[in-house]
Design a protein around this ligand. Structure first.
Ligand code: FAD
Length: 117
């Protein structure tokens, strides 16, 4: 456990940014292997996240709200809802999930044609 609230918050902000950017680049039409990779990623992530208290909460959240992997829209929408559950538990405002695409830019250049979140 990091015994420091501002370090925990900074780690959280960096991590959420990475996670949202990752799901927003997930394929519109993922292969079975893509879907398995994303599901495995979130389960491994929830074991290895370096804030123990956060990891425990996130493991429970994965049981209550299983990761959606059928498409980019499904994955990004699921993660937004999951982050909003964490926000609610911490007394933070709900984020509007229709603003995902305009909030996260991976800096990867022009993406292939994708559906709108
Ligand atoms: P953050 O919640 O870090 O969000 C960063 C930015 O992301 C926001 O400013 C906003 O622009 C955007 N955003 C907010 N909500 C959403 C959303 N739903 N979808 C997309 N974008 C959004 N901290 C604890 O104290 N206890 C915990 O148990 C805990 N568990 C955590 C579990 C995980 C998996 C992670 C990644 C972090 C956890 N944290 C926990 C840290 C906590 O969620 C915040 O990251 C931290 O408190 C900093 O909050 P913040 O207000 O800067 O915004």
């Amino acid at each position: 456990k990091l015994g420091n609230e501002s370090a925990k918050a900074e780690l959280g902000r960096a991590t959420w940014k990475f996670l949202h950017t990752m799901t927003l680049r997930f394929p519109d039409e993922p292969s079975a292997s893509d879907r398995e990779a994303l599901l495995s990623f979130f389960h491994l992530f929830s074991r290895l996240y370096p804030c123990g208290e956060c990891a425990e909460h996130f493991q429970q959240l994965l049981r209550d709200l299983p990761p959606q992997t059928s498409s980019r829209l499904a994955a990004a929408g699921w993660l937004c809802a999951a982050h909003n559950r964490v926000n609610a538990r911490l007394g933070k405002a709900e984020f509007p999930c229709d603003k995902l695409d305009e909030t996260y830019d991976c800096g990867c250049g022009a993406p292939k044609k994708t559906s709108k979140v």
